[in-house]
Design a protein around this ligand. Structure first.
Ligand SMILES: Nc1nc2c(c(=O)[nH]1)N[C@H]1C(S)=C(S)[C@@H](COP(=O)(O)OP(=O)(O)OC[C@H]3O[C@@H](n4cnc5c(=O)[nH]c(N)nc54)[C@H](O)[C@@H]3O)O[C@H]1N2
Ligand SMILES: Nc1nc2c(c(=O)[nH]1)N[C@H]1C(S)=C(S)[C@@H](COP(=O)(O)OP(=O)(O)OC[C@H]3O[C@@H](n4cnc5c(=O)[nH]c(N)nc54)[C@H](O)[C@@H]3O)O[C@H]1N2
Ligand code: SF4
Ligand SMILES: [Mo]
Length: 731
């Protein structure tokens, strides 16, 4: 066979590294970092080398599966879609809200889903739309939309230039970064230090990231909002306000000042576990630094004060003069699909959360979705509007969602379930029909989502590396087919009909949009040149703020660099007033709850937090042997003082129990966690009946989400995955 080399972007995490892939025919023989990639310059992590193994994995589902009499059997695509029409359509026609959708994380890395999921959701017309976003970054998106106008108008730490990085609840040495797309976070952190700057990490665990920082503050879980309020308080009280680029375009600064007034450093020291002098020092260092960026991630969003913490992060960026300045927190400008380059500069509709609420607990909607923490109860609670059928697309909520035990049981009671997924796993085993898309190497790739939140503007398209089989539909065709079925067009309808409609709708909107480069232009050439996601991407690139086309990207397999982040205020705003809201009302209203927490005496109970490991990717790389070899990664980290108190020794088995459930785990006694905190990673627990993961099943690990409960951050409805009260006892 002939050897060939292709270049493509890794779709596995937010770092978007360029890969150099060698193939012999259609067999991957080597994967390494692409030294010429304009964004990643050769950086890669161990996961990037797994794309060939993922493609070859004998357990990857390659034909549709239909469950009959409790057993999965292979079926043709026609049979699978006919079965879905036969069983799903009546449920949908009886009550559209009876059909729910759950959208998982890999969709954010998949051009097909990024472009064709929305039409499917629209076609279903159900209120019951759920995604991994409400157990992840939703608080940040909501707060950004409230302050700046749209959910992805997120201030990103300019880590290539900053002189001071205050990082809370992020561990990029393992995760490779999130809501700050950058390849080689470790190298960029070292860069800050080498140019004389400082990195401060706030985390209940002394992570590898913390180990490389100039200072590590081992905060008590769930108390970041108190710490951040006290930092803001110190800056206000010291009269050190510098609005920088926000001068003259900001409302409600006095409301913000009053909101943080009760939170002096002394009042939060006991709850946060961080002394007042240190808090003052950080506040002063932020103001003194030539430039500074405050950056909060998972640990600040998946906790009880997710939205309020996220707001306070940016309030500090604003009042220290660091919003929209080089080395501060800046707004990227994406080449395609950006909501803050469409429409009229500065003015937009903004956002109104909680336009409707969930049926059982009344939890708020955000951006058209209900909180995933409500999914289990919406399935298992009888009554009008109860979920009877579920469609999962690239999601594994049986392991990833809070109170997963209840959700897992609920899924087994559904009248009908469809999963679009590459594996028969803990979630899809509940499906009646599994529709397998092609592997990641068999589709085009462009990071529509992550280029909105990158530390440096760039654009990179990768064509499919391996052709798909003739009868294998692309993922966009599968999603379009489901949309057509939901609309009543029938299981035999041609997905091209949906594609043409979607492209025409996008083209019309771009031609009408005064902010689009296609405004008033003739787009018939663009409409006829291509089909599928590539046509939509080309339209978006043409409409976008740079003079780039898909053809240009095809000629640049290592990507096109669009330069460092540039100041974008005020034009980046899309708020109804054209101003930044320094004090979004839902966050200010939440301060009463924060005040109540401030004065609760600290007890000596244990609190559970999560963690990630470099070789994991949420729940789904554990079937790749190279990713699971070595020691058990699913152990419970526990501080030596707590282990002594609980009477357990390193390596022993313990029962970890919470209000929701209990699991048995191996203990790893380590002072990496602060006293009072224990840690289990998520994405494990592969020892269930009926899944088809032969490698993962041998190293099953423990499902930590049996322990998490359905509690949410009330502002955004985001799940609380950190700071769960637990007990630990010897088995
Ligand atoms: N290797 C690997 N990389 C991944 C993933 C993966 O599973 N594995 N998942 C990807 C996904 S989906 C995401 S969203 C990103 C997430 O990327 P990150 O946001 O970097 O996530 P984590 O590595 O979980 O780091 C969160 C940190 O918050 C700490 N923490 C817990 N509770 C608190 C708290 O109350 N306050 C503070 N300040 N800290 C707290 C935890 O100890 C942990 O170190 O990673 C992505 N990258
Ligand atoms: N306790 C705790 N729980 C957590 C977290 C935590 O930190 N702590 N993190 C949360 C976060 S940030 C996230 S994002 C979620 C993730 O939650 P989910 O998105 O529900 O879980 P994943 O493990 O990413 O599951 C991805 C699924 O997509 C499938 N898949 C992979 N590639 C493709 C593809 O190309 N097409 C299709 N159709 N399917 C594909 C996989 O087989 C798998 O079933 O977990 C959350 N859960
Ligand atoms: S850091 Fe992320 S994008 Fe880069 S190779 Fe690893 S998994 Fe892929
Ligand atoms: Mo995530």
């Amino acid at each position: 066979m002939s050897e060939r080399t292709v270049f493509r972007t890794c779709p596995l995490c937010e770092a978007t590294c360029g890969l150099k892939i060698t193939l012999d025919g259609d067999t991957v023989t080597d994967i390494r970092g692409d030294d010429d990639d304009v964004f990643s310059h050769g950086y890669i992590c161990p996961k990037g080398t797994t794309l060939g193994s993922l493609h070859e994995d004998p357990d990857r589902v390659r034909e549709p599966l239909i469950k009959r009499g409790g057993v999965f059997t292979t079926a043709t695509w026609e049979e699978a879609f006919a079965e879905i029409e036969r069983r799903l359509l009546p449920i949908l026609q009886a009550n559209r809200d009876a059909v729910a959708v759950y959208v998982g994380n890999p969709n954010a890395h998949n051009l097909d889903s990024l472009l064709y999921l929305k039409p499917l959701i629209k076609a279903l017309g159900s209120k019951n739309i759920y995604s991994a976003s409400t157990m992840d970054q939703r608080p940040k998106e909501l707060q950004s939309a409230l302050m700046f106008g749209t959910p992805l108008t997120i201030p990103i730490p300019d880590i290539d230039h900053t002189m001071y990085l205050l990082m809370l609840g992020a561990n990029p040495y393992e995760s490779n970064g999130s809501l700050a797309t950058a390849a080689d976070w470790p190298g960029k952190m070292k860069g800050i230090q080498q140019r004389g700057g400082k990195v401060i990490v706030v985390d209940p665990r002394r992570t590898r990231t913390a180990g490389h920082a100039d200072a590590h503050l081992a905060i008590r879980p769930g108390t970041d909002a108190l710490l951040l309020a006290a930092i803001a308080n110190t800056i206000f009280a010291g009269g050190r306000i510098d609005l920088g680029a926000c001068e003259g375009i900001i409302d409600n600064l006095d409301v913000a000042r009053q909101a943080v007034e009760p939170f002096t450093p002394e009042t939060v020291a006991s709850q946060t576990g961080i002394d007042a002098a240190t808090i003052r020092q950080i506040a002063n260092e932020i103001c003194d630094a030539e430039s500074a960026a405050v950056y909060g991630r998972m640990g600040t969003t998946t906790q009880q004060f997710g939205t309020t913490s996220s707001w306070l992060v940016d309030l500090i960026n604003i009042i220290s003069g660091n919003l929209d300045r080089r080395g501060g927190a800046m707004f990227p400008m994406a080449a395609a699909g950006g909501s803050n380059t469409r429409g009229t500069p500065r003015i937009g509709k903004g956002v109104r959360p909680a336009r409707f609420v969930s049926r059982v607990r009344g939890l708020p909607e955000t951006f058209g979705e209900l909180p995933v923490a409500a999914l289990g109860e919406e399935i298992d609670t009888p009554g009008d509007g109860q979920i009877k059928a579920l469609i999962t697309v690239a999601g594994n909520p049986a392991l990833s969602a809070p109170d997963a035990g209840r959700l897992d049981r609920a899924m087994s009671t559904l009248d009908f379930m469809v999963s679009v997924d590459i594996y028969l796993n803990e979630t899809t085993r509940h499906a009646d029909v599994i529709l397998p898309p092609p592997s990641a190497l068999q589709r085009g790739h462009y990071d529509l989502a992550f280029m909105q939140i990158t530390v440096r503007n760039a654009a990179n398209y990768s064509p499919p590396a391996i052709p798909k089989d003739d009868d294998q539909p692309a993922e966009w065709e599968i999603l379009s087919k489901l949309a057509l079925i939901a609309q009543g067009a029938g299981a035999s309808a041609d997905p091209q009909i949906a594609d043409d409609f979607i492209a025409q709708t996008l083209a019309d909107a771009s031609v009408r949009d005064p902010g689009s480069m296609l405004h008033g232009k003739d787009v018939s050439g663009l409409m006829s040149a291509r089909k599928g996601p590539e046509r939509l991407l080309d339209l978006l690139l043409h409409a976008g703020p740079y003079d780039i086309t898909l053809e240009d990207l095809e000629k640049h397999p290592h990507g096109i660099d669009l330069g460092p982040l540039q100041p974008r205020l005020p034009d980046v705003l899309r708020t109804p007033t054209g101003m930044i809201d320094a004090a979004p009302k839902p966050c200010v209203d939440d301060m009463a709850r924060l005040l109540a927490v401030r004065d609760v005496p600290v007890n000596d109970g244990l609190m559970l937090v999560g963690r990630r490991h470099l070789r994991t990717n949420n729940s789904w790389l554990h079937n790749i042997p190279a990713m699971v070899k070595g020691k058990n990664r699913s152990s419970l980290q526990m501080h030596p003082d707590d282990a002594l108190l609980a009477g357990v020794k390193d390596g022993e088995r313990v029962t970890v129990a919470s209000a929701s459930g209990s699991v048995i785990a191996d203990v790893h006694v380590t002072d990496e966690v602060r006293p009072g905190v224990v840690s289990l990673p998520h994405g494990w627990g592969h020892d269930v009946q009926g899944s088809g993961l032969s490698v993962a099943g041998k190293n099953p690990g423990v499902n930590t989400n049996i322990l998490t409960d359905p509690a949410v951050d009330p502002v955004s409805g985001n799940a609380v995955l950190n700071g769960i009260p637990v007990t630990v006892t010897p088995v």
